[in-house]
Design a protein around this ligand. Structure first.
Ligand code: OAD
Length: 260
């Protein structure tokens, strides 16, 4: 059943239904994407104003771009890293952290690289696409804080390098790279073992993460989808809310009697 986002009563009813699904479930897992962070001022990828409407990911976010155009690649990531500096967790992050704190949420699987879930207090987080807060040397693997990539990079003629001479890169998964095996393994196991999956702020366009809700469904779990735009899995979900994640997740916490 799809929700009506601009209807207060519709919001309350959907939140009440989600709260009931949470209460009835033994093991709840959440899967989040960039849409959970838009209310923190960070753009998503595939909305009309999303990052990939302005830049071609093959040119700025692929392993090929890193090898062939490292300066262009690092300028793009420097810009994204600088965006993080003022970003604070929003109601959706706080609600998910509150659900975990009060024993309702077993595990949070995220495609996000901004670490805002952790900043809100989530502890059991599986990062599927790495994180933007750390850099590593592609040769010796030495780690650096990502704020090292400041806006001076725009006036550099060459890509900055590690002391060993290797190229630096953010510790994110690039197009053309495999996901971290342990994160994928954990995410697949948790998806197959939950009885409710809350999917929030993801267009479910990118594999293999977009297969996780289907793993949950195949294992008999209920799936609740919270996303502004429709997703390919809406027709199979037990609850669909086409609105802001912050609205319904905070209202759901209120329904459960949680202050977040
Ligand atoms: P997308 O941009 O593909 O999808 C984000 C979804 O969030 C969109 O469908 C929006 O409608 C929805 N949305 C935006 N704001 C929202 C809000 N406040 N509340 C609810 N929904 C909202 O982002 P992801 O699915 O996260 O990978 O993208 C998956 C991966 O593709 C990313 O991790 C990234 C990207 O390329 C890599 O960089 C490897």
């Amino acid at each position: 059943m799809a929700g009506q986002p601009d209807n207060e009563q519709g919001l309350r009813e959907a939140a009440a239904r989600l709260a009931k699904m949470i209460r009835q479930a033994d093991k709840v897992v959440a899967l989040t994407g960039a849409g959970v962070s838009t209310e923190s001022g960070l753009p998503d990828f595939r909305s009309r104003q999303g990052l990939w409407s302005q830049r071609d990911p093959r040119e700025v976010a692929s392993i090929q771009a890193f090898h062939h155009e490292p300066l262009t690649f690092l300028r793009f990531y420097s810009w994204r890293i600088r965006q993080l500096s003022g970003a604070m967790p929003n109601r959706a992050h706080r609600a998910l952290a509150g659900l975990e704190k009060h024993g309702y949420l077993h595990m949070l699987i995220t495609q996000n690289v901004d670490r805002l879930h952790q900043a809100a207090g989530s502890r059991r987080v599986v990062e599927m696409h790495g994180n933007l807060r750390e850099l590593e040397c592609a040769s010796c693997k030495r780690m650096y804080d990502s704020t090292l990539l400041d806006k001076e990079i725009n006036s550099l003629a060459d890509a900055p390098r590690c002391e060993c001479g290797g190229l630096l890169r953010p510790r994110v998964v690039l197009f053309g790279e495999m996901l971290p095996a342990s994160a994928l393994d954990t995410a697949m196991k948790e998806s197959s073992n939950c009885d409710l999956m809350i999917v929030a702020g993801t267009a479910l366009q990118v594999g293999p993460v977009n297969m996780l809700p289907e793993l949950a469904l195949d294992a008999g779990a209920k799936v609740a989808i919270i996303n502004r735009d429709p997703t390919p899995l809406d027709g199979m979900a037990h609850l669909v809310w086409n609105g802001n994640a912050g609205d319904i997740l905070s209202e759901t916490c209120r329904e459960l009697g949680l202050e977040v």
